[in-house]
Ligand binder design. Structure first.
Ligand SMILES: Cc1cc2nc3c(=O)[nH]c(=O)nc-3n(C[C@H](O)[C@H](O)[C@H](O)COP(=O)(O)OP(=O)(O)OC[C@H]3O[C@@H](n4cnc5c(N)ncnc54)[C@H](O)[C@@H]3O)c2cc1C
Length: 339
């Protein structure tokens, strides 16, 4: 597949639209969308397999992750027959870009603290709140906004709305500092038609937000698995190799591959999926701890080592917290092109 994708451009400013349209012509956004809906008919396993392959072929995270992330968004939010077909078609053609707007400034994505709300006004909705950081937010045509829409048995209920960038009351601002390139988007009393609601009212946490977070981690783990496999290949072909050390380093990579092969086939991203995913994150941590010193000693290309470091930092950041130098470099790189 990668052979048919357009060549990787050098440094990119902003979202690489020309590259993305060419990738869309090859079916990348629709890889995990049914053919009846205009997609390529693949599934999550196909998308993760592509991620692994792009990592193994040392595709840089900026482009690879930007494309994989958008394909996941189309699969997850628009892969059902009842999702708005006009938005899905625009995303599949590469003419539009969707951004996930869940997190809020100073809050993160913990649903307990999210403040964005939407209220019914007759046949329409009125949505207000602030979302940041938003990846691809500076270029997105549509924001998938998680908002509180009610309360049931003392628990807040959430819904997701597809909010066009052009709607009155939407303001997009570039973020400065460590999240430069990402966006902060303000929704001030944005009036939305009833069809802007995606899925079932009040069920967005279960239907969209929680499983998306887990599926995104799985997808990026698959890309990291490919990067680790490529590093292993590079170390194995560089003399002098210490076979015992290389074998020890590759064991968690092999285990990660087996875990992801199992997870990729799971139709539900539920609590069991999350538990297995936590194990997979541990396997990634073990793999990077053992591989990176050997890769450096073997003189493997710096970009390949940095790519694995960056993905591991992003995926394991919940365990480490804080933004060190590596974290800032990840954010600066992905700010224009992905994650
Ligand atoms: C490079 C980068 C790009 C990002 N891009 C985006 C983006 O495009 N859109 C966006 O909304 N945020 C984005 N974020 C923010 C990110 O999703 C987190 O909110 C933020 O990094 C804080 O993470 P955290 O692990 O500290 O806590 P949180 O992610 O806030 O997690 C704390 C707890 O909240 C719960 N939780 C978190 N997420 C969910 C969820 N989706 N559904 C249900 N429960 C959840 C879990 O219990 C979790 O343990 C980005 C962050 C980075 C670093």
């Amino acid at each position: 597949m990668a052979a048919h994708l357009p060549p990787v451009a050098g440094s990119q400013q902003g979202f690489p639209w020309a590259w993305w349209r060419a990738a869309a012509a090859q079916g990348v956004p629709g890889i995990a969308v049914g053919t009846a809906l205009g997609g390529r008919g693949g599934d999550q396993a196909a998308l993760w397999a592509l991620a692994e392959r792009l990592g193994r072929a040392a595709w840089p995270p900026g482009l690879a992750v930007a494309g994989l992330f958008e394909a996941l968004v189309v699969h997850h939010y628009f892969g059902q027959a009842d999702a708005p077909s006009d938005i899905r078609d625009a995303l599949l053609s590469g003419e539009a870009l969707a951004a996930v707007a869940t997190s809020e400034p100073e809050i993160g994505a913990n649903p307990k603290h999210l403040a964005t709300r939407a209220e019914r006004r007759g046949a329409s909705w009125r949505l207000s709140g602030v979302k940041a950081p938003i990846t691809h937010g500076l270029d997105a045509s549509v924001f998938l906004v998680l908002a509180v829409t009610g309360e049931q048995s003392g628990r807040r209920r959430f819904s997701v709305f597809a909010v066009p960038r052009t709607a009155a009351g939407v303001t997009v601002e570039p973020l400065s500092g460590p999240m430069a390139g990402h966006a902060r988007v303000t929704f001030a009393e944005v009036e939305l038609a009833s069809h802007a609601l995606l899925g079932a009212e009040g069920r967005a946490l279960e239907q969209f937000a929680r499983p998306f977070r887990l599926r995104e981690q799985g997808l990026l783990l698959a890309y990291a698995l490919g990067l680790a496999g490529g590093l292993g290949d590079a170390i194995a072909t560089t003399a002098p190799v210490v076979p015992a050390r290389l074998g020890e380093a590759m064991a968690p990579v092999a285990a990660l591959g087996a875990t992801l092969a199992h997870l990729a086939r799971q139709p539900e991203a539920d609590a069991r999926f999350e538990a297995v995913l936590t194990g997979a994150l541990g396997q990634l941590k073990a793999a990077q701890d053992l591989m990176l010193p050997q890769a450096r000693e073997a003189g493997v290309a710096r970009e390949s080592v940095a790519a694995l470091q960056q993905m591991a930092f992003f995926l394991l950041r919940g365990q480490t917290r804080g933004h060190d130098r590596l974290g800032r470099s990840l954010i600066n790189q992905t700010s224009t092109q992905g994650v």
